[in-house]
Design a binder for this molecule. Structure first.
Ligand code: NAG
Ligand code: NAG
Ligand code: NAG
Length: 213
């Protein structure tokens, strides 16, 4: 519980730090804040600027989980972020859990490790791989738009991290999903991956199962 509280307190501090990253990808707004359509500006209260969605993390059950549990606070979940160029994601990695290779098209990600041990990596546009093993409370920056991943290398304990973005809507393109669960034809994929249709069919089947799950 104390751990979760420091987790969330750090998230807030780091979200502020993130706004000074100079990575402003979102357009500037000409108002203090944006009021969503259909909402009367005089009805805006402190609640509008408050996000309580991370409270559910206090009791999250990771038993039997193998993939990272990602809880986002972007402008979809927290509308007050629109126009403010910041968002965060809370990341919980079960023992040996992974966050598969993915890309955030609209922002860099500054990740801070709050508990556990995490192996992180990204690949730059020259195809060079950078990997690192983080210990608490190290930070790692995944540059904007580059493929990256994280792995909890411990099989006996979870890891906790916060990802911070210089966009209210950083976006998330998962490589396995985008390649094998988007409907790109198996013929094209077999040629692209220099393999046979049978192999590609297996990859498509496996990734459509994960998508449905
Ligand atoms: C604003 O608040 C008043 C009083 O609670 C409510 O009657 C009204 O429907 C609200 N207007 C909008 C646009 O939400
Ligand atoms: C956590 O999840 C596991 C597997 O689904 C389940 O067996 C266990 O009862 C859950 N624990 C709690 C406290 O809900
Ligand atoms: C991006 O999407 C992938 C696949 O759905 C997921 O595993 C990953 O946790 C997501 N990352 C973020 C930060 O949303």
């Amino acid at each position: 519980m104390g751990k979760i509280c420091s987790f969330i307190a750090l998230a807030i501090i780091m979200a502020l730090a993130n706004s000074f990253l100079g990575n402003a990808g979102d357009p500037d707004i000409l108002k203090d804040f944006l009021v969503p359509l259909g909402l009367d500006p005089t009805n805006i209260t402190s609640d509008f600027f408050t996000y309580t969605g991370f409270r559910e993390l206090v009791n999250v059950n990771i038993t039997g989980k193998t993939a990272a549990i990602v809880t986002k606070a972007s402008m979809k979940e927290f509308p007050a972020l629109e126009g403010q160029s910041v968002s965060v994601a809370a990341l919980i990695y079960p023992p040996s859990g992974i966050n598969p290779p993915h890309v955030h098209p609209r922002s860099a990600e500054l990740l801070i490790l709050l508990e556990g041990v995490l192996e992180v990596g990204f690949v730059d546009s020259t195809n060079k791989l950078f990997v690192q093993t983080l210990q608490v409370p190290d930070m790692f920056i995944f540059p904007k738009g580059l493929v990256h991943f994280q792995v909890n290398t411990r099989s006996d304990s979870p890891a906790y991290a916060i990802g911070m973005f210089g966009s209210a809507n950083a976006g998330n393109v998962s490589l396995p999903t985008t390649l094998f669960a988007s409907g790109i034809s198996a013929d094209i994929l077999a040629k692209a991956f220099k393999t046979d249709l049978e192999t590609i069919t297996k990859l498509i089947a496996a990734n459509n199962v994960t998508k449905a799950a």
